[in-house]
Design a protein around this ligand. Structure first.
Ligand SMILES: [Zn+2]
Length: 323
């Protein structure tokens, strides 16, 4: 008699095949991933490692869990500060740390948040113009909008939160990924060298033929042929327009799912993919730093209410970073 496949191997096979339809069908027969799939964690790991953001989000939404990290167990009912007080920082500064920064950190450097009443995208027509479909129809208007935003951001300088994160990058002993949703280059100006920009950067342009990213220094995007492929194909702003996918999305999802400590700074959590990043970090102790309660505050273990330029250096010092 042929052996019947166990439910978990069906799930893992479906994930390996990147078969969203099959995964959804398997989930319909259960209330959570772990009911159907006794090794739901494995399915989730496959989804993450096979770079299937859609499937990993589906598995998380249906109760898929990764192993609890030691920090998550230690923090339990305690704050991070209490854990550090009890056992010191030496174990902690080797843990996998993921940090997401959003508009709030740049707002304290004078850059209006995109969705605030005076925000960039609230300028008449900005939301309509900064879209992929509009770019296809009318490159010029999208480029003009970028030129305007670039000017607005040119003179802005980083604040103490950006500098504290640059110090962290130099000193942290464990895995670290700081990613930003911001299109300014304030992390870079503060000295950070490795901060992927989920939504691209206003000061960069990209060759549409070979994908080479370079600094956009003149108003004219196509002042010279691409220095890599030498073609005179047009360049485009290296930002992620509404309706486009972030190239950094999958990498950020994997790092968030694997981290032990997750810190979100100044992000409302409503801009994609911030929401899915918090949801995936379910084996991490999660801290939110924001001036106000957000739509996703409930997903965090600790909330620090305050301004980033004050609270971020304080938290970094607590983690043993010399500022
Ligand atoms: Zn090129």
């Amino acid at each position: 008699m042929p052996k019947t496949k166990r439910p978990e191997s069906l799930m893992i096979q479906a994930v390996k095949n990147n078969d969203l339809k099959k995964v959804t069908a398997l989930l319909k027969h259960t209330t959570s991933v772990n009911d159907t799939d006794r090794d739901g964690r494995t399915a989730l790991w496959w989804a993450i490692h096979l770079k299937s953001g859609e499937i990993s989000e589906l598995l998380v939404a249906n109760g898929g869990e990764l192993e609890r990290s030691w920090l998550q167990i230690e923090t339990g009912q305690n704050t991070l500060a209490e854990v550090i007080k009890n056992r010191g920082v030496s174990d902690l500064n080797r843990c996998k740390l993921f940090i997401l920064t959003g508009a709030g950190i740049s707002a304290e450097s004078g850059i209006p948040t995109f969705r605030s009443p005076n925000g960039l995208w609230n300028h008449p027509d900005s939301q309509r113009i900064a879209t992929h479909s509009h770019f296809v129809k009318s490159r010029k208007s999208v480029i003009n909008l970028h030129v305007k935003l670039k000017k607005l951001m040119k003179e802005k300088v980083p604040n103490q939160a950006h500098f504290a994160l640059a110090a962290l990058e130099q000193q942290w002993l464990g895995d670290l990924l700081v990613v930003t949703q911001n299109v300014d280059n304030l992390h870079f100006k503060a000295g950070s060298l490795k901060v992927p920009k989920l939504h691209g950067c206003l000061s960069e342009k990209r060759c549409e033929a070979c994908g080479r990213v370079s600094q956009w220094t003149t108003e004219d995007l196509d002042s010279a042929p691409c220095s890599k492929c030498m073609r005179s194909t047009p360049h485009r702003p290296n930002t992620v327009l509404f309706g486009e996918e972030s190239h950094q999305h999958e990498m950020a999802l994997r790092a968030a799912a694997e981290c032990e400590l997750f810190i979100a700074i100044g992000t409302s959590g409503m801009v994609a993919p911030a929401f899915s990043l918090v949801g995936l970090a379910n084996n991490a102790h999660k801290i939110e730093i924001n001036t106000e309660e957000t739509e996703v505050s409930g997903l965090f273990d600790e909330k620090i209410q305050g301004q980033a330029h004050i609270e971020v250096p304080k938290l970094m010092k607590l983690l043993g970073v010399r500022i």
